[in-house]
Design a protein around this ligand. Sequence first.
Ligand code: GLU
Ligand code: MG
Length: 420
Amino acid sequence: MHREPLIMVCTCEIAGRVRGKGFPARELPQRLVKGVGWVPTNTMISAFGTIPATPFGTGGDLILVPDPTTEVKVDFEDGSAGEHFFLGDLRHLNGQPWECCPRDLLRRALAALHDAARVTLVSAFEHEFVYTGVEDQPGSPYSLDAMRRQGVFAEALVAALRAAGTEPDSFMAEFGAQQFEVTNEAAGGMRSADRAVVVREMVRATAHRLGQRAIFAPILDPEGVGNGVHIHFSFRDAEGGPALYDPSGPFGLSVIGRQFAAGILHHMPALCAITAPSVVSYIRLRPNRWAPTHATLQQQDRGAALRVCPVLALPGLDPTRQFNLEYRVADAAASPYLALGALVWAGVDGIRRKLDLPAEGPPLPATLGAALDALEADTQARGWFGETYLGAYLQHKRGELAEMAGLDEAAQCARYALTY
Ligand code: GLU
Ligand code: MG
């Protein structure tokens, strides 16, 4: 069959789905300049592919412009069409950023962090998911047998992740039924969120080539364990040196590290609406799931919302370079740009206002509705997003709530499992 290669340019908006448009690969030079056409209401497409409500109507035109540094070109060498795509920015027709561009929200947050503390962010997203190509068997967590039974998926995945430039770090059979986890090396600023988008897509792409699915929905069974996305982060100063660690500070945190963490804890109810943005995210955030239930910072505790990760005290390993915090209240229903962007904005507020770590760790919101109300009531968050974007976000997510109303938890989980 005669074939002509295509390239996609994609974005990852409020629903956390990766959407975009394709063009013939030979037109790349022009497309790097003019992008592809996009419309404002696309950001209102829900997780389920519906548009329950939109402030933008049918009007308006935008361009989705590929960022040349994000190119992914992976050939699975099985005769299938290769994965070839870019991630891009949503802009007005004059090239100015659109106020609801998810990458621009993160870009502004990273610039605000630099302004507030002269540091850059280094981060890594850790992903859990369910792979349908393996039977669940009792006793499987972390087992060599579960690794064997998943067949060639893991090796094909690591090859794809390597080819996509995401620097794979580990792969394991996780605790849940058919659940696996993949981690990658940390990356700076925007690149880390781009990498999270690419990792999810490479996991899905690999499963697809094997006739299977990888499911990142926050939880598949109301009685089971969830699929978390854990965001590890630290700071680098102007010389590239570590700036989160101070062994003499509480929890080993530098002054700006402590203030940043305090900002995250302070804004936690609002952050939940962005980082745990589905109805079933709140089934995951219940006791006995190794997922957080309270807005706490704790040393080496996987029940915490913010975990102070361990450092290895071994010869040749520099503790200051290993030290990082892990944000555990995220899942893959969230766009990595919005999750990381909101996290950074909350931390920047802590630095600007020199906040102290709170004495108490209040419970996290118990429902998406409560989290959205907290987001709406958070006056700072209004500034992170801007009025238009915050309004669109709340409307989008309240539409999703309405779509799930009346379904029991098992039915809700089943709907989300089809999407993510
Ligand atoms: N599956 C847990 C979650 O939903 C995390 C387990 C772990 O500590 O890796 O966040
Ligand atoms: Mg895990």
